[in-house]
Design a protein around this ligand. Structure first.
Ligand code: NAD
Ligand code: UFG
Length: 337
């Protein structure tokens, strides 16, 4: 029995693949490398000390998927593949709907055809939309604010509808909060294209000297230090969450969503301070205008995952910053060309 990992060469997928292999799972990875590199696949093999089949291909390719389900004895799918840049999704929405929603439908269609009905899907805290009510709970109202978020919400809805039509499916929707950090070895990590949009990769590129200073987007929010608060979660904890979700699938849970967050919010300035404490590097920053669309505060109530998956995050912001820095300092240009 094998687990098909779509998008397994990417940031969260690569960390999850290492842990799956270490836990003894057989995996097959499908990725079109649109936002990742073959070098990551090589390093997954190196870290886990195990081999697996990697297929360079697209989830939109139904024929390829059918062949794959016929060739391998796959019983579950972890579905990471997707485009994830919020700003880009506003400028090229069709590409996001086609790749994320169209690609997911093609995957689910092929799963159905081949009798594979177990899936863990990468959803996001972005499906909660804009709300002041914190912490966020899985049964809070949903409503996305941009095309990227809408693709996540649509895919969640599609999976809930598939389950409603056929109760023999097992669907786990993992709503990640803000994934950061890297494998403690520094061999795999996040390798954003161009100038990073997200806070922590930006900070680490300032630290390594690739960028001059951090722009803090707004210090007039209704928070203690005026900067936005997020629930940062170590990518190794996220990876653990996927293993717990896979185990849960065998209990026939139905279609259920889980927040993967720490339950603790940190402000932008607190993250700058944590990076300094973890690495001894002080990050030059200036206060800039607010970034349109940013929620002032977002953090999870992770109690459902604790109760039903037996999962809680164990790594703190210092661990996140230290491991991020190990990766960034050892790989200043990410995986390179
Ligand atoms: P990533 O871009 O590093 O990984 C996604 C992988 O999917 C990449 O390797 C890419 O090449 C591949 N891919 C994209 N479209 C594909 C397609 N059509 N066919 C085959 N492969 C395809 O991103 P990540 O940070 O590892 O995120 C993984 C998943 O988690 C995504 O679905 C993302 O939306 C979701 N998510 C990420 C975050 C975050 O902040 N990183 C937060 C919430 C949810
Ligand atoms: N920030 C800065 N300067 C920067 C980058 C970010 O001050 O250069 C601030 C932002 O304004 C925000 C905080 O740092 O207050 C975190 O921003 P990120 O871009 O790192 O993360 P977001 O919370 O905006 O977005 C993340 C994911 C999205 C996902 C969203 C909700 O990147 O994919 O969480 O789950 F949709």
């Amino acid at each position: 029995m094998a687990v098909l990992v779509t998008g397994g060469a990417g940031y969260i997928g690569s960390h999850t693949c290492v842990q799956l292999l270490e836990a003894g799972y057989e995996i097959v990875v499908l990725d079109n490398l649109s936002n990742s590199k073959m070098e990551a696949v090589k390093r997954i093999r190196e870290l886990a000390g195990k081999d697996f089949d990697f297929i360079k291909g697209d989830i939109l390719d139904g024929e390829l998927l059918d062949d794959l389900f016929k060739k391998y004895d796959i019983d579950s799918v972890i579905h990471f593949a997707g485009l994830k840049a919020v700003g880009e999704s506003v400028s090229i929405p069709l590409r996001y709907y086609q790749n994320n929603v169209g690609g997911s439908m093609s995957l689910f269609e092929s799963m159905k055809k081949n009798g594979v009905k177990n899936i863990v899907f990468s959803s996001s805290a972005t499906v909660y939309g804009m709300t002041d009510k914190m912490p966020l709970r899985e049964d809070d109202p949903l409503g996305a604010l941009n095309p990227y978020g809408r693709t996540k919400l649509m895919i969640e809805d599609i999976l809930r509808d598939i389950y409603a039509s056929d109760n023999s499916w097992n669907v786990i929707l993992l709503r990640y909060f803000n994934p950061v950090g890297a494998h403690p070895s520094g061999r795999i990590g996040e390798d954003p294209n161009g100038i990073p949009n997200n806070l922590m990769p930006f900070i680490s590129q300032v630290a390594v000297g690739k960028l001059k200073e951090l722009s803090v987007f707004g210090n007039d929010y209704p928070t203690p230090d005026g900067t936005c608060i997020r629930d940062y979660i170590h990518v190794m904890d996220l990876a653990d969450g996927h293993l717990k979700a896979l185990e849960k699938l065998s209990e026939n849970p139905g279609a259920v969503a889980y927040n993967l967050g720490t339950g603790k919010g940190s402000s932008v300035l607190e993250m700058v301070a944590a990076f300094g404490e973890a690495t001894g590097i002080s990050i030059p920053y200036r206060i800039a205008d607010r970034r349109p669309g940013d929620a002032p505060v977002s953090y999870a109530d992770p109690s459902r995952a604790a109760e039903e998956l037996g999962w809680t995050a164990t790594r703190d912001v210092i661990d996140m910053c230290r491991d991020l820095w190990t990766w960034q300092s050892q790989n200043p240009d990410g995986y390179g060309e």
